[in-house]
Design a protein around this ligand. Structure first.
Ligand SMILES: CC(C)(COP(=O)(O)OP(=O)(O)OC[C@H]1O[C@@H](n2cnc3c(N)ncnc32)[C@H](O)[C@@H]1OP(=O)(O)O)[C@@H](O)C(=O)NCCC(=O)NCCS
Length: 193
């Protein structure tokens, strides 16, 4: 790790992308709309516009600095242009005695099958436990999304339940498999709030 808001792995750079990345984020979503829409909630108003993404990414920077979330863009580590290959995010942070966050991710269709998301999730989990001092990550996937289930299993997430009609995805309420990864070290909370 070279910066609190940037994680480096063998092949990848994960960083809290600011408003300067808006056009690259638009390109990522435009190029992968068909691929991602089946697994994603409905898009908010203004989705796809420069204004939307500049405000959204500025908010992500603020939220990361305040410890409210960690929304990262993924690029090849050696890509000087930092073209966006995907995203990985920790959201819905709950502190106190729970110390939990929700994990979500998406990857460009053309970048699948190279182990990118496993590498990204492992880096984020290490950061979540060792730096953010969270205790548990939760991640949920539709039973038909076997690819996502394999990513989670390979990263050590275990199935903890099954939720009927859990999220509104691609026009309908969809069942989800619920999984969690707990900090392998038995550490007490450091955050009082
Ligand atoms: C789910 C998703 C993120 C998976 O991304 P991915 O990078 O292809 O997943 P992985 O990192 O596990 O790589 C998968 C394959 O790469 C292969 N691979 C190639 N090189 C590898 C390497 N160096 N290390 C590990 N795996 C490698 C693995 O064999 C693996 O194949 P398998 O799962 O069939 O065994 C991607 O399909 C996606 O964005 N889907 C749409 C959005 C989505 O589903 N989001 C999550 C909603 S819950």
């Amino acid at each position: 790790m070279t910066d609190p808001l940037e994680l480096l792995t063998d092949r990848l750079r994960l960083w809290v992308a600011g408003p300067d990345v808006a056009t690259r984020m638009i390109a990522f979503h435009r190029d992968n709309d068909d691929h991602l829409r089946r697994w994603a909630p409905p898009s908010p108003p203004g989705w796809g516009s420069l204004d939307y993404w500049e405000r959204k990414l500025a908010g992500n920077v603020d939220d990361a600095a305040a410890g409210r979330s960690l929304r990262l863009a993924i690029a090849w580590r050696d890509d000087d242009e930092r073209r966006v290959l995907g995203t990985v995010a920790l959201s819905d942070l709950l502190r106190g005695p729970l110390q939990q966050a929700h994990l979500g991710y998406s990857l460009a269709a053309r970048a699948q099958g190279k182990g990118i998301m496993v590498e990204a999730v492992r880096a984020v989990a290490t950061h979540a436990f060792d730096v953010m001092r969270l205790h548990r990550l939760s991640a949920n996937y539709m039973p038909t999304n076997e690819r996502s289930g394999r990513v989670l299993r390979r990263c050590g997430f275990v199935v903890v339940g099954y939720a009927r009609d859990y999220l509104f995805i691609d026009g309908a309420w969809r069942d989800h498999v619920l999984t969690q990864l707990t900090d392998p070290q038995d550490r007490p909370p450091v955050s009082p709030g």
